[in-house]
Ligand binder design. Sequence first.
Ligand code: MN
Length: 274
Amino acid sequence: MKILVSNDDGIYARGLWALVRALKGVGEVIVVAPDREQSAVGTSVTLHYPLRVKKAKPRLSGVEAYSVEGTPADSVILGLQMLAKDGVDLVVSGINEGLNLGNDVFISGTVGAALQGYFYEIPAIAISAALVKNKVRFDTAARMAALLAKKVEQKDLLPGTLLNVNLPHLPLRKIQGIQATRLGRRSYRDDIKKGNDGRRDYYWIVRSEPERGEEKGTDIWAVRHDKISITMLRGNLANSSQMSHLESLCSSLFAELGYAGSKFRGSRFTVRSH
Ligand code: MN
């Protein structure tokens, strides 16, 4: 089994090599990762600049490693299309230094890398561990990744699977279980700090800690209750009641669109303001 490993903390991040060490026992590992930290770049793909790729010195022998002057998603695309010659059976991204929960998954570079695997219809796993007082426990997260990789090998996890795994900051003996979760609603309060660099004003987005009080069954709730959270992500994010609401909205929107069209019939190229 061939496993492509990437991350958003950069190719020499400790979490990445803890992950590689564990996955080496399951399959052949190729590392393709950004040459520097790229946290919070999300799914960003570089289309306006050329990308440079360098063969990197692996921290473990027997592993092929490449650093990319680009985003996590760029790294996975290059890995899948060009660097992993005989195809890839699994994409694993992480181990991120810090949780990626709730709304965070939409800006997470760790998830952004895994998402490319999903787009290529390869099973993909994003894995993150809590960062507490600048410390991260990688050991259990690495073991989890290896276990899940074995499940992929045994066809227990199929293409189309995109898992977001988060671990609390606890030794294994204190972890209370593994919970299948849905995304919580964690969002930050964005404070804008204004400054001046001597020439121009600038604005700095500073994220404050999210509020507490999460519903049971969410990823945030699980980690807060000392459990490992596994969320299955998918391209279609709406649930069935949201979908039927959108359907009824669409039909009324179409009626309104028709009404506006008839109002301006004969003057398609002028926009009138009243
Ligand atoms: Mn990160």
